[in-house]
Design a binder for this molecule. Structure first.
Ligand code: DHK
Length: 165
């Protein structure tokens, strides 16, 4: 049997503070809880995950680059780098993999500076405002795209390079 497709689940700065950080916005789940949630979702979907968090932009970019030829897709919460990092966007475009951008909060209901995402330019899809459960939804969407037979699933299984612009 073929090994399960590997999905990198990458988290940017301050996601290690989950559970302590502004819980009214980000909820009570910790980073460990989030990893467990992702592991459980991945197992039920027949995916393997490599779950990571860093506060460093360069490290996040290195991890994205390492996905090329190694991972089948990337689920990423770029956190603050969402709104600032052209370099992260470039790395995500360079790896030519399906990318699902996740935000725990609804960035469009928050401050104006959070409304723009450089990363969205490189993303197949975006999930925002559904709490940490958004990661499980992202993994489900990823499974539809990368699992064998995904093409039969219709829209969700279509090749990635179909976005506008
Ligand atoms: C997380 C952050 O750390 C913020 O910088 C983003 C995002 C929103 C989230 O909702 O997960 O603006």
């Amino acid at each position: 049997m073929a090994p399960p497709p590997l999905i990198a689940v990458l988290n940017g700065p301050n996601i290690n503070m989950l559970g302590m950080r502004e819980p009214e916005k980000y909820g009570a789940a910790t980073l460990d809880d989030l990893e467990a949630l992702c592991a459980e979702a991945a197992e039920s979907l027949g995916l393997a995950i490599d779950f990571r968090q860093t506060n460093a932009e360069g490290e996040l970019i290195n991890w994205v680059q390492e996905c090329r030829g190694r991972a089948a897709g990337i689920v990423i919460n770029p956190a603050g780098y969402t709104h600032t990092s052209v370099a992260l966007m470039d790395a995500l475009l360079a790896v030519e993999l399906p990318v699902i951008e996740v935000h725990i909060t609804n960035i469009h209901r928050r401050e104006e500076f959070r409304h723009h995402s450089y990363v969205s330019k490189a993303a197949t899809g975006v999930i925002a405002g559904l709490g940490v459960g958004g990661y499980a939804l992202a993994l489900r969407a990823m499974a539809e795209r990368v699992a064998p037979g995904a093409a039969e699933l219709g829209e969700g299984g279509a090749p990635r390079r179909d976005e506008d612009g």
